[in-house]
Structure formats: C-alpha cells, structure tokens
Ligand binder design. Structure first.
Ligand code: SF4
Length: 215
C-alpha cells in the first residue's frame, strides 16, 4: 500500500469527515481515519469478543490486513476458505449471512452517503440488505464518488472490470478490462444494492480510510 502524495492526502482528510457526516445523517455509524492502522484498531474494537463473524470477498480487507487481524482475534470465525469442497463453502457462506457481524468493503460511496455494491453471487449484497446484526464496511477514499449516479457508474466501469481479473471467468471485461454490459453466466454483475439508509439505525458501520484501497 503506497503512501499518498500530500495533495491527495490533504483532499481525502478534508472530504472524509464530510462523507462521515453524510453517512451519519442516513443512520449509518461512520468514522474516518487517515491511516490503515487507526482504522484497523477501530474495526477490531467494534467486534464483541466471542461473537461470530463472516465476510465477503474483499481486496481491501486483505490489503489492509484487517482480515488477518480478525482471524487472530477472539471471535467465532466463519471462514469459507477453510471449506473442503464447494458444498461446505456454500454452507459457510450462508452461515456468514446470519453471523453477529459481517465485514466487507463497498464498490462505491457517494459524497452524500449512499453506498453502492455490485455482486456476482450476491452474498455481499444480501448482507447489506438483511441478515447479520452488524455489517462493517471498510472502504478507501478512492471509492467515494460525487453522486449516486457516479457511484453506480464506478461499480460498472472501474470496480467490476478490475475485480474480474481476479477470477477464472469468461466475461468480456476479463478479456478487455472494460465493461460490455454482458449477460454472461459468469458475470460478476448480477445484483446491485444501493443502500440509502441503515435499517435499523447503526446496523451498518462504515470505516472510511484516507488511502487508495481495493478497486
Ligand atoms: S462485462 Fe459483464 S461481468 Fe464485466 S463488468 Fe460488464 S456486466 Fe460485469
């Protein structure tokens, strides 16, 4: 993870707290941190010891090593990557949706506090809507877009084509790096969830980090 140049860091440090206020006005709990270390400490403090936690696939959580820290914590870990086969993996993914906590990133967040996620199999999208008692969203400031429309466009034009490169899938974006609005069975763009408000209030907790993280 690279340090940002000073102008970008300054801009993130000015915009981050404003986005936090916008998120709070929509009943999300939200915090902004300039550094990954501060953010990691906050995430760990939000999870009650002994409670269950699952997660959605996220480059941000890996890159920040937040997932690694969670796995070392005193929590009941629901880790789909420990599954012996596809059936067990599917079962663990379902269990994660009724966990006490679910941690994930976001594909985009508008400056006025709306969170947008685009999903292939839908587990992250589902968690945002219903299931886990607490959802913790960790996102770099590179995910913040001016408007909701910009956030939606970001999911399709930036997040998905880059994300596609991580998977063994047959989609146009995997070949070209650009979205072709496909209907491929392998498409990672099945469900888009636009979270306008947190219900109940405080269920969704957003940690914004003043860095460029994930896609
Ligand atoms: S080409 Fe298909 S899978 Fe790729 S970003 Fe566009 S809709 Fe999503």
């Amino acid at each position: 993870m690279e340090n940002l140049c000073k102008p970008r860091q300054d801009a993130y440090d000015k915009l981050g707290p404003r986005v936090v206020k916008a998120l709070e006005a929509r009943h999300f709990e939200a915090w902004y941190f300039s550094t990954v270390e501060e953010a990691k400490e906050k995430v760990l403090s939000l999870i009650e010891k002994g409670k269950s936690i699952g997660w959605g696939g996220s480059y941000t959580l890996a890159e920040t090593r937040i997932l690694e820290a969670i796995k070392q914590g005193e929590f009941k870990i629901i880790d789909r990557d420990t599954a012996k086969d596809k059936a067990e993996r599917k079962m663990l993914q379902k269990q994660a949706l009724i966990a006490d906590y679910f941690i994930m990133s976001a594909n985009a967040i508008s400056e006025d506090g709306v969170i947008v996620n685009l999903d292939g199999n839908g587990n992250r999208a589902a968690a945002m809507v219903y299931g886990p008692d607490n959802v913790i969203v960790v996102a770099g400031m590179n995910k913040v877009c001016k408007t909701v429309d910009d956030a939606v466009i970001r999911t399709r034009t930036i997040a998905a084509p880059v994300n596609a490169q991580r998977f063994d899938i047959k989609t146009p974006c995997k070949q070209t790096g650009s979205c072709a609005n496909c209907k491929s069975p392998d498409s990672i763009c099945s469900s888009m969830v636009i979270s306008r408000l947190s219900f109940p209030a405080g269920k969704i907790k957003v940690i914004l980090i003043g860095k460029d993280l994930g896609f």
